[in-house]
Design a protein around this ligand. Structure first.
Ligand code: GLN
Length: 208
């Protein structure tokens, strides 16, 4: 059985996530296809979706204009696993504000019950790398690359903290939603993508 995984390709680091997910599928011994998706019809056929890092205002606006945001929301509410990375985590959230600018009017999927602070560690020049562990997911060590990264300031009771860095929450899970503030696709270690593909079950073929 084969899984159909999409990387939302409005803007951001799409190619890196496609490559990391293909490697993760191979390492997990799973069969599947991984491709860039944009349209509601492409998204409706997916078993799993990655919303990559980039600029959340831009990805959100483009997804709103072509109707993708509605299909993504429907699919996640019906249980499709989703992996939000940095800007993707922001888009999944119910609430986001910028550390400097404060509340902005940006489209959000309004699904992940967290309050996100955008650019929580500073601007582009404050980018850094750090060692990240996520014991609840069995990830003993990984390299986190933080680029204008958000952090999670508050969360509802259904959200599980899976990783912290310097007292800030930087990775969470809520059922079929996984969100990280850093960029695992920019390292050669695919443990986060491998965990994500393990959340995906192939769609059942209709019985003949
Ligand atoms: N700061 C960006 C935003 O708010 C996210 C940065 C990233 O995805 N690397 O959308």
């Amino acid at each position: 059985m084969s899984v159909n995984i999409g990387v939302l390709g409005m803007q951001g680091d799409v190619a890196e996530n496609i490559a990391a997910t293909r490697t993760a599928l191979a390492k997990a011994g799973m069969k599947g296809t991984v491709k860039q998706v944009k349209t509601p019809s492409e998204i409706s056929k997916l078993d799993g979706l990655i919303i990559p890092g980039g600029e959340s205002t831009m990805i959100g606006q483009m997804s709103l204009v072509n109707g993708a945001i509605k299909t993504i929301k429907d699919k996640i509410q019906k249980g499709m696993p989703v992996f939000g990375i940095c800007a993707g985590l922001i888009l999944l959230s119910k609430n986001a504000k910028d550390r400097v600018v404060g509340k902005m009017d940006q489209p959000l999927l309004d699904l992940l019950d967290v309050r996100v602070e955008r650019n929580s560690f500073g601007r582009q020049r404050d980018s850094f790398e750090a060692e990240i562990t996520a014991q609840p997911l069995g990830i003993v060590t990984s390299r986190g690359i933080f680029i204008r990264a958000p952090s999670i300031e508050g969360m509802g009771k259904d959200v599980q903290t899976v990783s912290k860095f310097n007292e800030k929450v930087v990775a969470v899970k809520q059922g079929n939603i996984l969100g990280v503030a850093f960029h695992p696709e920019l390292t050669s270690d695919v443990s986060w993508h491998k965990y994500f593909v393990s959340m995906i079950k192939p769609a059942k073929k209709p019985q003949k």
